[in-house]
Design a protein around this ligand. Structure first.
Ligand code: NAP
Length: 305
């Protein structure tokens, strides 16, 4: 089968909405059925042409589906799987797009009738915007999508989900859920935590200082506000569900921050210069790996959360 048959999208926001746009553009789904809690979300998805049918009933959404993509906030992924379990066809393949993987992959064991046909997934692409209106079909182009099959995951299911993401223009990598969570803790979760801290500190400043901050916000602070403007539900879930890896990275970060504090206090310019030279080389590595984009008004490629 070259297409994906009937596709059920549970949650139809930025990520599943963008996936829907790709499926539409490529004519790769016989039918797209969307499911969300609120009728308003579904009406908007229908208006935008993201789906053929829409329902608030998870069982109805997955009836006869060949492929199901769970695109709710992270903590709602396993409950959403539990809500669709009784309606799944035997051959249905289930995947998700949650930003954390170990807890989700573990959770599926207990709730899905065919857990081996579940493939954990995380497209490492996104913006700070949410909901069906935020979706666009080039979101995943040249970005990574990580799949986290376990030792018992069905090989055909992995191949189908890989094909789905390759269709979006993403490059697919496979790794264990635990490794995913460690890598993302440092590349994504810690930077978000730092942005939340810095922007939170500004929020606590005296009014007069705050006004100046907004007036003179240079690139650095503006970038932090963009990251800190990300969806609060999703990020609350990420930190609570990837607690161990985040706390480990935060421990290391705190030590490095203390060292930097000491360097500044004692005027250790050479140490600062050495660190900034090393970090500049890392930036070059990121650019060379094709993972840095210059944001322009007409360029939908955005930095990933
Ligand atoms: P989003 O735009 O907020 O969309 C979430 C969708 O799920 C909405 O349609 C929402 O509609 C529905 N929903 C919310 N809570 C639900 C629940 N308890 N049960 C059923 N449906 C529910 O979110 P998103 O940015 O697409 O993120 C979705 C997933 O992708 C998350 O797991 C996130 O970790 C992951 N992800 C996000 C990004 C990013 O940049 N945002 C990047 C990579 C991966 P209703 O509110 O009407 O139910």
């Amino acid at each position: 089968m070259s297409g994906f048959g009937r596709v059920a999208l549970i949650g139809i926001g930025l990520i599943n909405g963008s996936l829907a746009r790709v499926l539409r553009r490529e004519g790769a789904a016989r039918e797209i059925v969307a499911c969300a809690r609120r009728r308003a979300t579904l009406d908007r998805a229908l208006e935008l042409g993201l789906c053929d049918r829409a329902t608030t009933d998870p069982l109805e959404a997955v009836r006869g589906a060949d492929l199901v993509v769970l695109g709710t906030p992270p903590a709602a992924v396993v409950p959403a799987a539990a809500a669709i379990a009784a309606g799944l066809a035997d051959h249905a393949i289930v995947t998700d797009v949650g930003s954390i993987k170990a807890e989700i992959v573990r959770g599926m064991q207990g709730v899905l009738p065919g857990p081996d046909r579940f493939v954990g997934g995380h497209p490492v692409a996104g913006t700070e915007h949410s909901g069906p209106d935020a979706a666009f079909d080039t979101l995943f182009v040249k970005r990574r999508c990580i799949l986290t099959p376990t030792g018992t995951t069905d090989a055909d299911a992995v191949a189908t989900v890989r094909r789905l993401w390759e269709l979006t223009g993403a490059q697919v990598d496979l790794m264990t859920p635990e490794h995913h969570d460690k890598v993302l803790a440092i590349t994504s979760h810690l930077p978000h935590l730092i942005a939340y801290t810095i922007v939170g500190t500004v929020a606590d400043l005296e009014d007069r200082e705050k006004t100046d901050v907004f007036k003179y916000a240079a690139g650095g602070f503006t970038d932090f506000t963009r990251i800190a403007g990300s969806d609060p539900t999703m990020w609350r879930d990420v930190f609570l569900q990837n607690k161990e890896a985040v706390l480990e990275m935060l421990g290391r970060f705190s030590e490095d921050l203390s060292a930097l504090q000491r360097n500044i206090r004692y005027g250790e310019g050479d140490a600062l210069f050495d660190l900034f030279t090393r970090t500049r080389a890392i930036r070059r590595g990121v650019v060379e790996a094709g993972q840095a984009y210059v944001r322009q008004a007409d360029d939908p490629l955005a930095d990933e959360p």
